[in-house]
Design a protein around this ligand. Sequence first.
Ligand code: MG
Length: 245
Amino acid sequence: MVTEKTLREALARYTARTGMTLHDPVAALFDMDGVLYDSMPRHSIAWKQMCDENGIAADPDEFYALEGRTGASTIDILVYRQFGRHTTDEEVRRLYARKSELFKAMGRPIVMPGALSAVEAVTEEGGKPVLVTGSGQASLLESLNLDYHGAFPADRRVTAHDVSHGKPHPEPYLKGLEKVGAPRDRAVAVDNAPLGVESASAAGVLTIGVRTGPLPAGSLLAAGADTELTSMDEAAELLRMIFNM
Ligand code: MG
């Protein structure tokens, strides 16, 4: 449950680690997979099948630990581990296209329960939502307009195509701040993956970790989150408090 104490502790932790004070928040940076969409189980299945088809050994659960990386980075890690060499651009294109095709075939993406309320909590209090994802999955990016009623226009999206360094590097979240001209002490980030939390935390924004998958309790705090919640419904409550400050 989210209380005033949750908010106070998150603000205190943010100040202790950055030396800054969150004030007059103007932007909320949202990760996509595992935050806006309940898409991770399908991603995991699609990655595993693509690996099976290409003679790459993989465990379906390891994709939760790799989550946040760009597709190219994930493919390079898998190929290097299996074959002891780095990928070629052609191979990345081919394997990522196959993984994307398998993912898309699983049907219409599932909106994460509570996520629409979380986005609305921000817009209703005058804040701007910004998408910050390592994904380049066209089928999901296209669904956003419909599912989130235009809350993420094209000029407020950072995707795999916009960055040279994916998460856990801070670049994606720093680019997200740039998109709306927000200083880092006037924005918050919401991410579900350890590498995503690490990226947001390193970018210097107050970082809300939301454990929507099978990770153990405390893993997002350990990655640098200022608070760790267990659902997007809780994130909606906390965001409303923050944008009401
Ligand atoms: Mg995610």
